[in-house]
Design a protein around this ligand. Sequence first.
Ligand code: APR
Ligand code: ZN
Length: 381
Amino acid sequence: MTEAIEVRAAVYRGDDGDRLTVDTLTLAPPQHGEVRVSVRAAGVCGSDRHVLDGEWQVPLPAVMGHEAAGVVDAVGAGVRGLTVGDHVVIAWHQACQRCGECTGGKPWACTRAKSNDSLLPDGTTRWSDVDGSTAYPYLATGAMAESIVVPEFAAIKIDERVPFDVASLIGCSVGTGYGAVANNARVVAGESAVVVGAGGVGLSIISALRLAGANPIVAVDVSEAKLAEAVRAGATHTVLSAPDLADQVATLTDGGADVAFEAIGRVQTMQQLPGLIRPGGRAVFVGLPPEGQTVEIDGLLLAYEGKTIIGSNYGGLVPARDFPRVAGAYLSGALPLDELISARVGLDEVNEAFDAMRRGERTRSVIVFDTGADAAASAAA
Ligand code: APR
Ligand code: ZN
């Protein structure tokens, strides 16, 4: 019988600005259909920052993080597809698995998912705060913790040869970027593309565009350093954001790109997007702006030029199908992901990692968890 365990976790309480505290909370054992995962790596993602900076409201206190990989270390009753020791990537959108959207291959469109409210499918959480009250795992994941409990279907088994830090990114930024290209925009070889914002998500889009054979691939950012990284990820051209952005893109793409992606979450850049594509082109909104903001678009031009605007939620991912695909592309060398990681930090450095993101310094910090098991394995090797 699996017992509750004490777990160190990065908690956002909302009473000290944007700061997190690392506290020891109690994690109840996995219930029916759930697994406990020993987290080995958790990415520091822009969506967590939206919460910490007060742009999105979530139940508090929140165990933050939603981009993780680890090893299954306990299974609840009725779990059939996973066993202790499996390497898994966590999916943060936990769809109901039963409705028309879920069974029709669009789990991201499931409206019954409770994960957006930081609740497991049964409407509860497995976390107790230091005072015994309920704590809430952000996106029902709460990945910045030594261990987590998630539904079996949200832990996707992947090839053990994928390192944990890379694997963690597949669960959010890399998966989102890959899915935006492969599932939402359905980019085919030879199409021209522009990506506005070359952060963690933008670079993932760029590497997925290279995988899809897009050409040219134009990266746009306000940071020269990010543009240099964009070239390493596969951008063929770069543009430092400027008022004449649309003209510069038109020159590079012979009149406008076939497809454009916004990967920042800024209303101003979202508004620019239709102007970067050619008639008949697709503009894909990947970045998530603060709640309640409105994007203005010229309706006449949009209709007249037959342009399509596509909203991309979690890359239209079907995690059980797409995570192993992304892992396979990484292992084959076709999708280089190691270079997306700019720093590996300990859980206690979580605030500094978010500060580095706010300063625009790092592409992706990944929190790595040093477990005795890994140390023993490397000592034995
Ligand atoms: N024009 C061009 N680039 C810009 C601009 C601008 N006006 N402002 C910021 N940027 C660049 C930053 O320099 C950075 O490289 O956008 C990038 C944003 O990247 P990150 O902060 O790393 O954010 P990321 O994790 O990639 O997430 C981007 O996608 O999933 C969503 O919630 C997420 O809304 C967020 C978005
Ligand atoms: Zn994320």
